[in-house]
Write a new protein. Structure first.
Length: 211
């Protein structure tokens, strides 16, 4: 698949590295194209930088890897998104990281879906730190990090599941998009464990069941 990543920070760069390693064609874009070029050079071939306004024309899946408060502006700059599949990875954090700015009655993913009604929004990766992306999904002893994904379009969800599995993650269908209201608090809890409880960022939540 051809995957475009919007955002060249820690998460965007980690996505570019891991998605490329999974064998996909990867482009990375940023508001500042020079930042995207720097990220692409740091990762190496075959990751390519691209101007933000060309993203929608080139990608089968767009990974929106910017903070929530920058998502809508970044996506609006990406071109015509109608019919496209967008993965929203964000958690709508307060600026002091003390909690979520929105939640329970709506979610970041649902607000983005309202802004881009013709696009297919899938929530995923919001419980995965950049360190886990960089180091891979394998936690040893047969354990793999899980990625929960939620959306309303089944074909888009299947494409995202295929991407997740190609990256080595355990893909866990979390239902319709409004379940992002529950995934985002889970992401906040993961952030709390990582930073406030000082467990570090080599962690990820999962669901287990008895055989």
């Amino acid at each position: 698949m051809h995957i475009a990543i919007i955002g060249s920070g820690n998460m965007g760069s980690a996505f570019a590295r891991r998605v490329s390693a999974a064998g996909h064609d990867v482009t990375i874009a940023s508001k500042n194209v020079e930042h995207a070029k720097e990220a692409a050079r740091a990762i190496g071939a075959p990751v390519q930088a691209m101007p933000l306004n060309q993203v929608a024309d080139a990608a089968e899946i767009i990974i929106a890897a910017t903070p929530y408060d920058q998502q809508v502006e970044a996506l609006r700059s990406a071109g015509a998104l109608a019919g496209g599949t967008i993965i929203d990875i964000s958690n709508p954090l307060k600026r002091d990281m003390s909690g979520l700015a929105i939640g329970l009655t709506t979610s970041a993913a649902e607000e983005i879906a309202k802004a881009f009604s013709g696009a297919k929004i899938v929530k995923a990766f919001n419980t995965i730190f950049a360190q886990v992306l960089n180091e891979g999904a394998d936690f040893g002893a047969g354990r793999r990090a899980a990625v929960f994904y939620a959306g309303d379009d089944e074909r888009a969800k299947q494409s995202v599941r295929t991407l997740l599995e190609s990256m080595g993650f355990e893909a866990t269908d979390a239902g319709p998009l409004h379940n992002a209201r529950y995934l985002e608090p889970m992401g906040m809890l993961n952030i709390w464990f990582g930073y406030m409880a000082k467990r570090g960022t080599a962690i990820a939540p999962t669901w287990i069941s008895r055989a």
